[in-house]
Design a protein around this ligand. Sequence first.
Ligand code: PLP
Length: 397
Amino acid sequence: MNKQEFVAEYAVERKNTDSVKWDGLKSTFNADDLLPLWVADTEFKAPKAAINALTKRVEHGAFGYSLTPQGYYDAYFKWQKERYGIELHEEWMRFGTGVVQSLSTLVSLLTQPKDSVMVLQPVYYPFMNVIKNNERNLVISDLKADEKGHYTMDLADIDAKMKEKDVKLLILCSPHNPVGRVWSEQELTDLLELCRQNQVLVISDEIHHDLLMGDEKFVSALSVKDGYYRDNLVVVDAPSKTFNMASLLNSHVIIANPQIRARYDRLFTRQEAPAGSILGKVAGQAAYEDGADWLSGLIETVKSNYEYVKQELTTAYPEIVVTELQATYLMWIDMSKVVAPKQLELFIKQKAGLAVDFGEWFGQAGKGHIRINLATTPANIERAVSSLLSALQEFQA
Ligand SMILES: Cc1ncc(COP(=O)(O)O)c(C=O)c1O
């Protein structure tokens, strides 16, 4: 599906629908008249096949306790195998109501209070929250950025800090939000090898892996070196980011290692924890079965929005650094040469009228940056760029 067809068929107004992004601005931005480009969901309806499957299930009318449909495993495994060559097994699969909730469960399961847990910043801020809220010690290794805003891992720093701080667990974002990287198999091998040598377990958050915007190939941590590291890691992902289904509360925890799985199951039994939502599974299954064309429409729309923003901003202000978008629909922009980092937040909110994610939310390394959600209509993106450019002209006059 091309961009025009996708936008015409799927774009939807979300204001006044209890949307966090549109109707929940006040608590984070202290204003409710900003154009929202923050929370990572989209202004597009889920694939028609998913809506039809949900409608049918809802019309059945009984919502008693449910199993994971066999068709769900079949559809998800086929999707992962055909698109990325990932081999999965039913016994590895556990379900959650969200990836962040699973991250918190896994941090408490895989480490002890005060243990050190590492992240590579700038990174999705709930990673830091689940570490701190579980009373673990946060260890940060900053990614290295070149002058074009291309980010790589600092392996020497990671190795040194793993040793010095006795790190027990690393939470990896792959592909990486907010710096848009699809980590190559070589980069993942180098990192996973360091973790193995230092006896550091890994959680690989792969929720963005369907949102590939360039030619880079996505490699799951489960597939690196033909599965060599898979006993040392847990993968979390979900259909929710890909197909705009976050509120349907269905996510995956993939555990190949039988000992870790047994510990995970014991914890779940103890907590009497719920294992996802049938509506999330019905919608997810239909999307994996029939959502490929929808996804190509979303990707084309995001890429076109990205090119537009990049072109407009860097033509007017060549000193703005726009990071390459290999994956995710989240654009990472270094504004530090045009607006002083300490003025940036007020400038974006009060002068440009935008609600974005601010760089320092992702760690000190993000200071001076903004993250813009591109998974919205071209009309919203044009409005945002025009407000930003007028605000910059006024600000610099
Ligand atoms: C890396 C990453 N993990 C997890 C999530 C959220 O997942 P969930 O809504 O399933 O908790 C996001 C949302 O932006 C994300 O970027």
